[in-house]
Design a protein around this ligand. Structure first.
Ligand code: SAM
Length: 219
């Protein structure tokens, strides 16, 4: 069973009744709606709308995203599989939101053209615990799995961007850390921080894939 913060009120939309039955076993006490999300005449007012592994299933989604952006919703988060196809969905959504002058909150630290477009795919990784049942169903032996995902968070509200995004696991060598960064000026750059740069090196040792890397604390 999942727990949401007691002050959170969630409205969960899913078109498949069997998925809702299962979902209710995981998260009850909230509003579940069995409906095609494109069919809402009026989208509900919300602080946050999460499209979890579903936008890629409703292509073409331009009209739906425009409606979502025009709805009384502050922030929209989209999560897709961390594959080239999932990233392509994220890129298309990002391009659309940029034409709406949305504030890009994450992962991109800028609203310029994506520097990875056509070269690589932007994705991140979250370590999930595997239960015994999970291991059995997936035929796995490890007690965890690393879920790869691509994502985008946009908002009508402004949010200061505080650094470059770390793409991929930083390479932590003896006396240096090498990063692959998406920078605030819209470039994809490799950056090496050496032990000589004491303050920055301390930060670099702790930095992880997906974090923002803040060069200058005054920014
Ligand atoms: C990959 S699953 C993800 C399920 C869940 N959202 C999650 O994050 O674990 C995609 C789900 O999207 C649902 N879906 C696809 N198109 C939909 C639509 N137009 N309206 C509502 N649900 C839809 C499917 O029924 C399916 O359960």
């Amino acid at each position: 069973m999942l727990d949401l913060h007691p002050h959170l009120k969630a409205i969960l939309v899913e078109q498949n009744l069997d998925a809702i039955t299962l979902g209710k076993q995981l998260l009850d006490g909230h509003t579940w709606i069995c409906k095609d999300m494109k069919e809402f005449k009026e989208l509900p007012k919300a602080d946050l709308c999460i499209l979890s592994y579903s936008l890629g299933e409703i292509k073409p989604f331009g009209t739906f995203l425009e409606r979502l952006w025009n709805a009384p919703i502050d922030t929209i988060a989209i999560i897709e599989p961390g594959t080239p196809a999932g990233f392509q969905t994220i890129l298309e959504a990002r391009d659309l939101f940029i034409t709406k002058h949305a504030n890009i909150i994450a992962p991109c630290p800028h609203a310029f053209q994506c520097p990875l477009k056509g070269k690589d795919w932007c994705h991140f990784s979250a370590r999930l615990e595997r239960t015994k049942l999970h291991r059995l169903l997936k035929g796995g032996t490890l007690g965890y799995e690393d879920e790869k995902f691509s994502y985008l968070i946009v908002s009508k509200k402004q949010h200061p961007i505080k650094g470059d995004r770390i793409l991929r696991h930083p390479c932590k060598g003896s006396g240096f850390v090498r990063f692959n960064l998406c920078t605030m000026d819209g470039t994809n750059q490799e950056k090496v921080v050496s032990r000589k740069d004491k303050e920055l090196y301390r930060k670099a040792r702790d930095a992880k894939w997906g974090d923002l890397f803040q060069k200058d604390p005054d920014h």
